[in-house]
Design a protein around this ligand. Structure first.
Ligand SMILES: NC(=O)c1ccc[n+]([C@@H]2O[C@H](COP(=O)([O-])OP(=O)(O)OC[C@H]3O[C@@H](n4cnc5c(N)ncnc54)[C@H](O)[C@@H]3O)[C@@H](O)[C@H]2O)c1
Ligand SMILES: [Zn+2]
Ligand SMILES: [Zn+2]
Length: 345
């Protein structure tokens, strides 16, 4: 089969590789119908993720059809349409039993990291009963790919951890797919204001269409001063970091109001300063989280009910044969306007 294989920092190619097979009784083999590229795949290609070693098939998002099941799989059968969660979970270990699937003792973020991923014609999914979701009839399959990772990530790491509440003020730093997913799901809670901060005016314009109340280009203005002026000097109740670099985590510390929350989503490759000399007295909460995908079933229902429409996040479509072009377009997002690119084997 064809697959996108990581060959070490800055090296990837579309290769002919062996089709995966069932290994454990809980495995399912899924024929991929749609997959996509994540900002985290670009982190891997930069060499930021040492757990992903050369030879690995990339990708942790996708939908597909069950091709084969192991003897212990009871919730799915051959031919079922499924959503693949970016987090693999056994459902039984201590961390799974408290809903922290990202730290499952025999799972977590494995796909496209410690085991072969979804940017391929087929993928082996361990713990299939608890790591796949049935696809409701009539749902837009491409839009569903946004539920593998980015919507649960924006919602769990940003909205829930940031305790976004009715009437509250929110700043989201980073208007990439993750920041936009946070923006979309923040609106479940009717905050009074959502300030979107980025250095790319195209992405900020998208954020306006997605419901941002204020746009701040932090390369053109002092974002902290603008937000202080717009909040009567208080700052925001929730500052979400959705970029993954020190300067944006530090900006969040300048934006948060007393009693507020800084919710970090970004994957950080290097250390960032924490200004405790100022924040110690501000009663702030700082959270970090690897997405657990504990909210996936709930988000699926909101997509099925059309309360949440992730389809506008899709900007480009490619066949798997053209996956190198898909990576090129996605990597040059500032020029190409790419958000999520759908890849179809
Ligand atoms: N915690 C998790 O479980 C989890 C899951 C998925 C992704 N992530 C991470 O979330 C982050 C965002 O993902 P994405 O796919 O949206 O990434 P992305 O690169 O597409 O988007 C980042 C955005 O930040 C903007 N930006 C860059 N520098 C900036 C600056 N100095 N000030 C303001 N904005 C700036 C860019 O213009 C871009 O729009 C990444 O670090 C990704 O790895 C975390
Ligand atoms: Zn991802
Ligand atoms: Zn587990």
């Amino acid at each position: 089969m064809k697959a996108i294989v990581y060959h070490g920092p800055n090296a990837k190619s579309l290769d002919e590789v062996a089709k995966p097979a069932i290994v454990e009784p809980g495995d399912a083999l899924v024929r991929i119908t749609h997959t996509t590229i994540c900002g985290t795949d670009l982190h891997i290609l930069k060499g930021d993720v040492p757990s992903c070693t050369p030879g690995r098939i990339l990708g942790h998002e996708g939908v597909g059809v069950i091709e084969q099941t192991g003897s212990a799989v009871t919730s799915f059968k051959v031919g079922d349409y499924v959503l693949i969660s970016c987090i693999t979970s056994c459902g039984r270990c201590e961390n799974c039993r408290r809903g922290m699937y990202s730290h499952c003792a025999s799972g977590g973020w494995m796909l496209g990291n410690s085991i072969d991923g979804t940017q391929a014609e087929y993928v082996r999914i361990p713990h299939a009963d608890t790591s796949l979701y049935p696809v409701p009839a009539g749902i837009d399959e491409e839009a569903l790919v946004m539920l593998s990772d980015i919507l649960p990530t924006g919602f769990e790491c940003g909205v829930l951890n940031g305790k976004i509440a009715p009437g509250s003020t929110v700043a989201i730093v980073g208007a990439g797919p993750i920041g936009l997913a946070c923006l979309l799901t923040a609106q479940f809670y009717s905050p009074a204001a959502i300030f979107m901060i980025d250095i790319d005016d195209k992405r900020l314009a998208t954020a306006r269409r997605f419901g941002a109340t204020h746009l701040v280009n932090s390369s053109a203005v002092d974002a902290a001063a603008v937000i202080a002026a717009l909040t009567e000097g208080r700052g925001v109740d929730t500052a979400v970091e959705a970029v993954g670099i020190p300067v944006t985590f530090e900006l969040c510390q300048d934006l948060v109001a007393a009693g507020g929350a800084i919710a970090n989503i970004g994957v950080h490759g290097v250390k960032a300063d924490l200004h405790l000399e100022r924040l110690w007295s501000h009663n702030v909460t700082i959270t970090t989280r690897l997405v657990d995908t504990a909210s996936t079933s709930m988000l699926l229902k909101t997509v099925a009910a059309k309360t949440l429409d992730p389809a506008p996040l899709i900007t480009h479509r490619f066949a798997l044969e053209d996956a190198m072009d898909a990576y090129d377009i996605f990597t040059r997002a500032a020029e190409t306007g790419a958000l999520k690119v759908i890849i179809t084997p």
